[in-house]
Design a protein around this ligand. Structure first.
Ligand SMILES: [Zn+2]
Length: 294
């Protein structure tokens, strides 16, 4: 059954369509897409795919599913669900191997481990794990199915407000206990690794951050969950997003960051945009649009 489901998802991803009636996080084939930022070797890694029902609970919570359907119809997409990629980012220098976010982990199971292997990296090679925020699709891959830490040689860096919040969640107890000896907290805005600075982006979770990666005059911003859909979140950034803890905070951050990115022409990695999720934000008629890097 699981093999059949994976094959169906592969076919679905290839055709741009998804399995009728299926929603929620699903397996996706491994993929690793490498490029350079200055002297750094950067790789987008596929973990899984999240099929979100257009039922008014996630996208356009304040405007309703009919408005979301009209937007999707307007750009020629199916109106009953939204397909989100779930990806992570690897940043390698001569001396460090940094992984930003870890996918959904054993619950699906996610393909992050296989994608890392495609990039020639073993879990024990990772020197630092950076977390954008502590939602399951970003931290699930920190532990194995039997609850052990996956990246056992790594420091795991989490913004202090999110680490406090994570430890208060009873259902995350196994995960937070398994990694606690590796966790190093930071304040949003601090430098977290060589060439990598955390960027406070409030609203999605208490300590949600992006990461600015800089080397030799080039840069890439991992925007975390500032925007989830390369279509809806950019055309209507002020529609309420059901995944944002603080809906108003999420909207104003989304508007502000998209504005800044469209003006600065900053290269972006967006973990939920179509794989590999690398490109630019452009302004168009008072809205925004995604320009993928080819
Ligand atoms: Zn997410």
């Amino acid at each position: 059954m699981k093999a059949l489901k994976i094959l169906t998802i592969i076919a679905s991803l290839a055709s741009g369509d998804v399995l009728a009636g299926e929603t929620g996080p699903m397996p996706a084939p491994p993929a690793a897409h490498s490029f350079t930022v200055g002297a750094l070797r950067v790789t987008a890694l596929r973990d899984s795919v999240n099929v979100v029902a257009n039922d008014g609970s996630v996208f356009g919570k304040d405007v309703g599913s009919n408005a979301v359907a009209a937007l999707l119809r307007g750009v020629g997409l199916r109106t009953d669900r939204i397909l989100l990629s779930v990806d992570a980012l690897l940043v390698r220098s001569d001396t460090t191997v940094v992984l930003i976010d870890t996918g959904l982990g054993p619950a699906i199971p996610g393909s992050l481990g296989a994608s890392l292997a495609e990039a020639g990296v073993k879990p024990e090679d990772i020197s630092t794990v950076l977390i954008t925020h502590v939602h399951g699709d970003h931290i699930g891959g920190l532990i194995t199915a039997d609850g052990n830490s996956v990246f056992r040689n790594a420091e795991i860096k989490i913004a202090n407000p999110d680490w406090i919040w994570l430890q208060k969640q009873p259902e995350m107890k196994q995960l937070s206990s398994a990694i606690s000896h590796q966790v190093k907290v930071f304040d949003p805005g601090e430098d977290v690794a060589a060439g990598i600075t955390s960027v406070p982006i409030a609203g999605h979770t208490p300590g949600h951050v992006g990461y600015m990666i800089t080397s030799k005059g080039e840069s890439l911003l991992d925007i975390g969950d500032t925007a989830h859909s390369s279509i809806i979140s950019l055309i209507e950034p002020e529609w309420t997003m059901g995944y944002d803890n603080d809906a108003e905070g999420g909207k104003s951050s989304r508007r502000r960051i998209l504005n800044e990115l469209s003006q600065s022409r900053q290269l972006v990695f967006a973990p939920h945009f179509p794989f590999p999720g690398v490109g630019w934000i452009e302004r168009e008629n008072g809205h925004f649009k995604w320009l993928p890097k080819r």
